[in-house]
Design a protein around this ligand. Structure first.
Ligand SMILES: [Zn+2]
Length: 448
């Protein structure tokens, strides 16, 4: 693996926009130590050229099978933390909980961060003060792009951003209805009106979105269930101070387990493209086998030559291609075919993958639209779910689609470059689009 791995000019933008001062981390070490963390693997935070802040060990080497970190559950902000916080719980009157107006646990943790943030600011008395100090003040997901930047982004990014916005606003309104009118004991201000602004809530929401880890909450020692009827879905996530400084890589596999007996959360390096990771080398974990679209929209970064990447198309892309391609635009397309594709969800999982080629569904859809004369549902059924071999005739149309997409993305890149300045989110989005173009070009070369 070594050679190609080294040759890759990997640059990823996991750099947080504001690196907190080192003394904030020192205070955090102290607070976590007081909660029982022993830092057996001698982890330190350093700034690395490729990623910005990340973690390494100054004295230990690591190989597959080694533990990276062992953090007591008391160091996590989990459902158990919220359930044990009497002041926070008092804000939520259980009589007002409505089964048709629940919020996700992520949305509640975001609210908890705001609650602790205000305690810290107004009384200087939050148990999470050091952690709050180490959090970035902004995030680089496309969600935080300026409006003129959003206008230069493709539908695939906008779709997710719009959905996130709808969700966040909905949760904020629900919290407002539940807690908003109440006054803070220390300053007398009203929570959702004066203290928790929508802008601050958005930031807190993305703190949880970008930094939380998966935990099996059933393993937590926890007795009370004040929030049970408020939360929609599981409580299987937690904020993990310090541990959340690990950056993501596609060349490692890691596991994370919360042990119920010891109440410890343990991250283990399962596999790595490097046999030995020496002291001072950055240690990575895997957030999952995620493509760049997911990484940028949820975490605000992407990886160059991401091993888990693929490029997805929508049915709208194909419709747009037909409109813009002179040869294709002259043909007739029966609406039954599009109806059939939608009804059978064949437009899901239409993607190209640099090693595996064109996905089955993309082949089927291109074949149905461009190669089929029949438009009766029973015939389409036989074709779509029949023999795979017959879909190998769509190479020209796939080429058109790739060319169309690259032209479209090049247009977005040019438009972003024309803007007089870019936000951090805009800069990351621009890099992502350039990476998409490289991916499509490489795909075309490998498969034409
Ligand atoms: Zn107050």
């Amino acid at each position: 693996m070594g050679r190609t791995q080294r040759q890759r000019q990997r640059r990823n933008s996991q750099t947080t926009t504001t690196t907190p001062p080192d003394n904030a981390l020192h205070v955090l070490y102290g607070q976590l130590h007081a909660l029982g963390w022993r830092n057996e693997t001698r982890l330190s935070a350093l700034n690395f050229a490729q990623t910005g802040r990340g973690l390494c060990s100054k004295s230990k080497s690591f190989q597959a099978g080694d533990e990276l970190i062992r953090l007591p559950a008391s160091c996590l902000i989990s459902i158990a933390t919220l359930e044990a916080d009497e002041g926070f719980k008092q804000l939520f009157n259980r009589d007002l909980f409505d089964k048709d107006a629940r919020i996700s646990f992520q949305a509640l943790v975001a609210c908890y961060l705001l609650y602790q943030g205000h305690l810290y600011e107004s009384t200087n008395d939050s148990p999470w003060s050091a952690y709050l100090d180490t959090l970035p003040s902004s995030y680089t997901t496309p969600y935080f792009c300026a409006i003129n930047e959003l206008q230069c982004l493709p539908e695939a990014l906008l779709e997710r951003t719009v959905a996130q916005n709808r969700q966040i606003r909905e949760y904020y309104q629900l919290l407002k209805a539940l807690v908003g009118e109440q006054h803070c004991k220390c300053c007398g201000q009203r929570y959702c009106e004066d203290i928790w602004t929508l802008a601050a809530y958005k930031r807190a929401y993305f703190t949880v979105n970008t930094r939380s880890v998966y935990i099996d909450a059933r393993q937590l020692k926890q007795t009370k269930s004040h929030f049970q009827l408020l939360i929609n879905g599981s409580s299987n996530l937690a904020l993990a101070p310090f541990l959340d400084l690990f950056n993501h890589s596609d060349s490692v596999q890691t596991t994370a387990v919360l042990y119920s007996k010891s109440q410890e959360y343990v991250l283990t390096l399962e596999a790595s493209s490097k046999t030995v990771l020496k002291p001072y080398e950055q240690l990575y974990i895997s957030y999952g086998a995620l493509p760049n679209l997911k990484l940028i929209t949820e975490y605000g970064f992407y990886l160059e030559r991401n091993a888990h990447d693929y490029f997805e198309f929508s049915l709208q892309d194909i419709e747009q291609l037909i409109v813009h391609n002179k040869e294709l635009a002259t043909q007739n397309y029966h609406r039954n075919i599009f109806k059939f594709i939608r009804e059978h969800n064949l437009m899901d999982q239409m993607f190209v993958h640099i090693q595996d080629g064109c996905s089955h569904n993309l082949r089927v859809v291109l074949h149905l639209i461009f190669k089929q004369q029949a438009y009766f549902p029973n015939v389409l059924n036989q074709i779509a779910f029949g023999d795979v071999e017959q879909f190998n005739d769509v190479q020209p149309e796939l080429s058109y689609l790739l060319t169309y997409k690259m032209k479209e993305y090049q247009g977005f890149v040019d438009a972003l470059r024309r803007l007089s300045q870019l936000t951090q989110s805009g800069t990351v989005a621009l890099g992502y689009l350039i990476e998409c173009l490289r991916y499509l070009r490489d795909f075309e070369q490998a498969h034409s």
